[in-house]
Design a protein around this ligand. Structure first.
Ligand code: NAP
Length: 324
C-alpha cells in the first residue's frame, strides 16, 4: 500500500514530483478553495506531514490517526508539542546543519546593517536627502574589534562567532547551557553568565531555541544591563525577547539599536518597530536563499522517506519513537 504525504505549507513542484515516486502526495491548493479545510479533510489519511512555519493544534493531531512522521523544513521545532508527539509514537524530524552558514550570514548582516545604518541610509538616499556629505548625526558605529556576545554557541552561533573573530577581529563572549572547549580553543571564546555577557558585549546575538526556559530571556532587566551603545540582534525566535520592553529601550535610547529577523507575532504588521530608525526589521529570512532552501527541502524529504520506509531518519528529534 502506498502511504500518503500531506504538505502543510507550500512545497515546490519539484519536491512533489520527487515524493510522488514513493507516495501519494496531497498539497492543498488555494485555487480549489479554502486551504485549511482541504488540509483538515486530508489529515486522517496522512501517514506523513511535510512543511514549515505552522503550528498543528491538538485537535488536528488527534484527527491524524494514521500519522507516523512530521518532517519540518526548519531547524527550530518550537511550534510542536514534542512530548505529545512522542507519547503518540509520531516521529518529528528537522533540518539542522544545511542552513547554518546562510543563517549566520544573515545574522552578521544584521550586525553590519544595525551598526552602519545601511537600511536607514538607503531609504534616506532614495528619498533624495543626499545634498552634502552626511553629518555626524548619521554616523554609525564600528564593528571591527568590538566585543561580540553570542547567546547560544551552537551551530549557527559558532558560525557567527567565526565571522566576527576571524573577519572582524572581535573578542567573543558566549553564554549557554554548557562550555564549548573546542570553540574556546579555536576562537578564544570566553564562557560567561548571560548577565556578564549583556553588560560587556557591544553586539548581543541571540541564537538559542525557543523553549519555556528561553521565552522572554531578554526583558526589561536584561536590556537594562546592556550598554546604551550596544546592539541586540535576534535571529532565533521572536518570543525570546520581550518585544514591548525592546521597543521601549529603542525609543528611550537606552539601547543603540536592534537587528531583527523574528518577532513575537509573525508576519509582523502595524508595529511601533516600523517607525524606529534604530531597528532593522527583516521578514524571517535567516535561511531564505535558493541554495539553502533547496538543501533543507532535500533533507526534509530524506527524513520523511526514511521514516515512512521504517528506517531511522537522520534528524530525529524524538529518538524514543524509533522502534528499529
Ligand atoms: P543548535 O546547534 O542546537 O544550537 C542551539 C544553542 O543554544 C546550543 O549551543 C545550546 O546550548 C543553546 N541553548 C539551548 N537551550 C538553551 C538555554 N535554555 N539557555 C541558553 N542556551 C541554550 O541550533 P542552531 O542550528 O544553532 O539554531 C538555533 C536556533 O536558531 C534554532 O532553534 C532556531 O529557532 C533559530 N533559527 C532561526 C532561523 C531564522 O530564519 N531566523 C534559521 C535557523 C535557525 P548547548 O549546546 O549547551 O545545549
Amino acid at each position: 500500500m502506498r502511504k500518503t504525504v500531506l504538505a502543510f505549507s507550500r512545497i515546490s513542484p519539484d519536491m512533489v514530483e520527487r515524493l510522488e515516486k514513493d507516495f501519494d502526495v496531497i498539497v492543498p491548493n488555494p485555487k480549489q478553495g479554502d486551504v485549511a479545510a482541504q488540509f483538515n479533510e486530508a489529515l486522517p489519511t496522512a501517514h506523513g506531514l511535510i512543511g514549515a512555519g505552522r503550528a498543528l493544534g491538538e485537535a488536528q493531531l488527534k484527527a491524524a490517526t494514521n500519522l507516523e512522521v512530521i518532517s519540518s523544513v526548519s531547524v527550530g521545532y518550537d511550534n510542536y508539542d514534542v512530548a505529545y508527539l512522542t507519547q503518540r509514537g509520531i516521529q518529528l524530524t528537522n533540518t539542522p546543519d544545511v542552513l547554518t552558514e546562510s543563517t549566520a550570514d544573515l545574522g552578521f548582516s544584521l550586525i553590519m546593517a544595525s551598526a552602519r545604518r545601511t537600511a536607514e541610509l538607503d531609504a534616506w538616499t532614495k528619498a533624495g536627502h543626499w545634498k552634502a556629505s552626511v553629518s555626524p548625526d548619521l554616523f554609525g558605529s564600528d564593528v571591527n574589534g568590538k566585543t561580540l556576545g553570542i547567546v547560544g554557541l551552537g551551530n549557527i552561533g559558532a558560525a557567527i562567532a567565526r565571522r566576527g573573530r576571524l573577519g572582524f577581529n572581535m573578542p567573543v563572549l558566549y553564554s549557554g547551557n554548557s562550555r564549548k572547549p573546542a570553540l574556546e580553543a579555536e576562537l578564544g571564546a570566553t564562557f560567561c553568565t548571560l548577565d556578564d555577557l549583556l553588560a560587556k558585549a557591544d553586539f548581543v546575538v541571540l541564537v538559542v531555541p525557543l523553549s519555556d526556559k528561553t521565552r522572554h530571556l531578554i526583558s526589561h532587566r536584561e536590556l537594562g544591563l546592556m550598554k546604551p551603545s550596544a546592539f541586540l540582534i535576534n535571529i532565533a525566535r521572536g518570543p525570546i525577547v520581550d518585544e514591548a520592553a525592546l521597543i521601549e529601550a529603542l525609543q528611550n535610547g537606552t539601547l543603540r539599536g536592534a537587528g531583527l529577523d523574528v518577532y513575537a507575532h509573525e508576519p509582523l504588521a502595524e508595529s511601533p518597530l516600523f517607525s524606529l530608525k534604530n531597528a532593522v526589521t527583516l521578514p524571517h529570512i535567516g535561511s531564505a536563499t535558493g541554495e539553502t532552501r533547496a538543501a533543507m527541502a532535500q533533507r526534509a524529504m530524506n527524513n520523511l522517506t526514511a521514516a515512512l520506509k521504517g528506517q531511522r531518519p537522520t534528524d530525529l528529534v524524538n529518538p524514543e519513537t524509533f522502534k528499529g
